[in-house]
Design a protein. Structure first.
Length: 156
């Protein structure tokens, strides 16, 4: 049985019943919500976000939160779910990178637009090597930087 089948069946029932710790992290401190966000499992993310004992902004050992993983991998639906959960969409990880930076770096234009549309992200954030989201997008040849350029971002 794969993870998706487990999550829809006995796993979901266990989470709903409170028989498991839904916020227990792995050895890298990535939570179940972080795994769901990273892999685009919208239904699992929604199930976990429905629990009061799940921290939707819980960082892993790299300081990355579930929304950073969803943004990095281009999972727009999961990003929207997490934004509704009141998370910080501009939280820095240990490399001083934000979810919008990861989305731009990996070419996920829709996610960049979602995150910028909230109005509570810094489109000119600078990571540990002094690069902005627009700089990463341009360097990687991604048009995901277009929404950043429209709001007056720097390409430093």
């Amino acid at each position: 049985m794969g993870f998706s089948e487990w999550a829809r069946g006995s796993g979901a029932a266990a989470v709903r019943a409170g028989d498991v710790n839904p916020d227990k992290s792995d050895k890298d401190y990535l939570s179940p919500l972080g795994h769901a966000a990273q892999n685009g499992h919208e239904g699992v993310a929604q199930l976990l976000l429905g629990r009061e004992d799940v921290n939707p902004d819980k960082p892993d050992s790299f300081g990355r939160t579930p929304i950073a993983y969803a943004a990095k991998h281009g999972h727009e639906e999961v990003v929207q779910l997490l934004e509704r959960g009141g998370i910080n969409p501009d939280r820095l990880d240990k490399l001083d990178r934000t979810p919008p930076l990861y989305a731009a770096m990996h070419g996920h234009r829709g996610v960049v637009q979602l995150l910028l549309g909230q109005g509570n992200t810094n489109p000119n954030s600078v990571d540990w090597v002094g690069r902005t989201p627009l700089s990463h997008a341009a360097s990687n040849g991604h048009e995901s930087g277009a929404p950043l350029a429209r709001v007056g971002c720097q390409s430093r």
